[in-house]
Design a protein around this ligand. Structure first.
Ligand code: NAD
Length: 443
């Protein structure tokens, strides 16, 4: 059992229990038993279950939003729109993609069908707890797989509401939930009855899960961290671009895997951008929620302190400690630095907190080098009016999602990264295909 504290007060306010090996074994047995029935389900049945699940979540929207705000610290409006609204849209998207996912293809004298991988172990983090679970559950259901979910141990109330919605909408045994910590997750990955693993979380967790899955020769899909970049070209609408990047970078207090936490601007614009960025970031102070836990707060403080001690970085806004006047809770100050050396921790490592770093480029070649200069590659944004130049830059960025001039998130488009961000894809037909394998029948 683990005692958790409120992000808002720092005081203990809830407990979480950890499933043991026997709980894992019974969840896997239940998923195995349900597998043959669900694998043979029709597209109409899968579409109905996905739609029912979306409806069951939408009906609990307020309950989910309150729990996620209390457990993660996400401001309530964003909890409703993003934490709950997004997974509902994602599930409805999967429902629309079921037919394509189940259609046979003809290649010469072969008929190719897409068969479910089997029992999927899904392991998810705490930052968008409902969305991350539904991205995996929705895709696996559409593919004809059954699932054992090991959600994050930090959000027990959210998990309980999720289990209630699943029990209402999904046939018995098709989705099973085992609450628990990394040990519970490791037991699940190692279980013989699990055919494939899908993990979202940190690079360290992904490495451990990936190694264990590789030893057992199980397919393993990883969605890991990021250090995503917002690129501003000289002809862009500067105010709009900066506002959008800062909002994206500080969403959920920076605890977002595809947060735009690096900003690239031309050297000529650097002085103007420094001033505008400092002002925007300072003004975000009252709009951000707290970080999830004391350890996350301490981790972020460590990054800010080491950045302040680094000679090639200059602090533009924020700094260590809580915002002025705030005396309790895990509230960190929104913070921005400008960097002259691309080889420093703050430029290379994911903070997972409200900390942005500004860099300058002189040529497009240098811009590409800086943009691709971390081991991560999950998301990027480009702002500029010259469409040819924007397209040429987009074509050279190593990121799975590239938004141009504020292009909206598309819950049916493939989502995922390169390198340290992991290389699997979630959402829509690409997400479903991860949980299927093609079988060729020749006549
Ligand atoms: P984490 O790796 O500590 O934990 C993630 C999940 O994995 C939890 O459920 C945890 O209990 C479990 N886990 C950890 N180690 C394990 C192991 N060895 N074996 C089995 N299970 C294990 O990550 P976190 O702190 O919960 O989440 C934050 C991280 O997640 C950040 O790095 C963030 O960028 C990343 N993330 C990525 C995406 C994406 O889609 N790429 C989305 C959200 C978050």
């Amino acid at each position: 059992m683990l005692v958790l504290s409120s992000p808002f007060t720092g005081q203990p306010d809830r407990e979480t229990v950890h499933g043991n090996a026997a709980d894992v074994a019974s969840a896997v047995a239940s998923a195995r038993q349900a597998l043959s029935g669900w694998a043979q389900s029709s597209s109409a049945e899968r579409t109905k279950v996905l739609t029912d699940l979306a409806d069951a979540i939408a009906a609990r929207s307020e309950q989910f939003a309150l729990a996620i705000t209390a457990e993660v610290g996400t401001p309530e409006k964003i909890a409703v729109a993003v934490q709950v609204g997004l997974p509902v849209r994602v599930l409805r998207g999967f429902a629309e993609d079921v037919e394509q996912a189940m259609a046979a293809e003809i290649i010469g004298n072969s008929t190719v069908t897409h068969r479910p991988l089997g029992v999927v172990a899904a392991i998810t983090p705490w930052n968008y707890p409902l969305h991350q679970a539904m991205a995996k559950i929705g895709a696996a259901l559409a593919a004809g797989c059954t699932i054992v979910l090991k959600p994050s141990e930090l959000v027990p109330h959210t998990n309980a509401i999720m289990m209630d919605a699943l029990a209402e909408a999904v046939p018995t045994g098709v989705v099973n939930v085992v609450p628990g910590d990394a040990g519970t997750g490791a037991a699940l990955v190692a279980h013989d009855g699990v055919d494939a693993v899908s993990f979202t979380g940190s690079v360290a967790g992904g490495r451990a899960v990936g190694e264990a899955a590789a030893r057992a020769l199980k397919p393993c899909f990883l969605e890991l961290g990021g250090k995503s970049v917002g690129v501003i070209l000289a002809d862009a609408d500067l105010d709009k671009a900066l506002k959008s990047i800062v909002n994206g970078g500080l969403l959920n207090s920076g605890q977002t895997c595809n947060a735009l936490t690096r900003i690239l601007v031309s050297s000529a614009q650097l002085p103007e951008v420094k001033a505008k960025l400092a002002d925007l970031v300072e003004r975000m102070t009252s709009r951000l929620g707290p970080l999830i836990s004391q350890s996350q707060f301490d981790r972020v403080q460590g990054f800010i302190q080491r950045a302040a001690d680094e000679a090639s970085l200059t602090c533009l806004a924020g700094g260590t400690g809580r915002p002025e006047g705030v005396t309790k809770g895990h509230f960190a100050r929104p913070t921005a630095f400008v960097a002259t050396d691309p080889a420093v921790e703050l430029v290379l490592e994911e903070v997972f907190g409200p900390v942005l770093v500004l860099q300058a480029y002189d040529t497009d070649e240098q811009l590409i080098e800086l943009a691709n200069g971390t081991g991560y590659g999950i998301a990027a944004a480009i702002w500029g009016e010259d469409q040819q130049r924007v397209a040429a830059i987009a074509g050279q960025l190593r990121a799975g999602q590239i938004d141009i001039n504020g292009g909206a998130f598309n819950p049916r488009a493939p989502f995922g990264g390169f390198g340290l961000s992991g290389s699997s894809r979630e959402m829509g037909i690409y997400g479903i295909r991860e949980f299927q394998r093609p079988v060729s029948v020749q006549v």
